[in-house]
Design a protein around this ligand. Sequence first.
Ligand code: GDP
Ligand code: ZN
Length: 292
Amino acid sequence: MQGVILKGIAGFYYVDVEGFGLYECKAKGIFRKHHQSPMVGDHVIIEEIDEAFQKGTIAKILERKNQLKRPVVANVDHALVIFAIKDPEPAFLLIDRFLIGMKENNVPCTICFNKKDLASDEEIKRLSEMYKNSGSDVLFTSSYTKEGIADLKEVIRNKTVCVAGPSGVGKSSLINELQMEVCMEVGDLSRKTSRGKHTTRHAQLIPIMEHSYIVDTPGFSSFEPDCSEAGNVQDYYDEFDEYRGLCRFNGCSHLHEPDCEVKKAVELGQISQVRYDNYCSIYKTIDSKRRY
Ligand code: GDP
Ligand code: ZN
């Protein structure tokens, strides 16, 4: 049987097997010998040892498409960062940090701005302009009016999706909207894994729609770019691409160099000022960490 590891606690793995439900499994000893260990998100082959109690052993870990370090989870297909258009105002720097962290792992991102019902057309336009050339999609939703919910479902369909966002933006409300489609075994998961209540919270996958999972993580702050080189940060700003190599200096950081085409594009409004300011701020943060 093949399934997906939703959660791991104290040597037990909870594997969702389509059509059969949740299996409580231990990993075969062989993995330890090979310095391998199953992780949340892994696609695994299990051998059933007890049909009635749905217990099994993990016999094989299928090849991982990717592997995030924070949170520790494998095979993430997509990332969704949720903010409100207002109430509370979006923290643009956090959005960029999240986008960079995900791009480093080659995970495509969608930015979801919720509470569309509170926003004017100008505010919506400003936000879509800001991320127009960022390489990430932007979606506007309202869990009140249900606008954009169908689009959000399309983003999530058949995927394992990393969801992040500060509290108060409507994450729970949106997730409830998505969950209405198919009632999955969320209750089952918490019942079977209740022994984990008092242990440290690790990432887990929550079945949200058929063939879709969201990665439930301990906190938004766990998403940090890995970038050890400030000079690499610009690689994650797709809107700089068309100016690459055109600045006066090779290896221009686009911070204070003269004849910088990126800075010119910002002045002309071709690159968003907010995105550029965030770039500078992230660059400086990484640069100062390296030096001290
Ligand atoms: P979470 O903390 O991100 O999970 O956010 P919640 O789902 O708990 O929502 C936070 C607050 O925002 C609650 O008072 C919700 O009623 C409100 N809220 C959620 N979605 C919307 C929306 O689309 N529009 C408006 N105006 N309020 C919303
Ligand atoms: Zn430059």
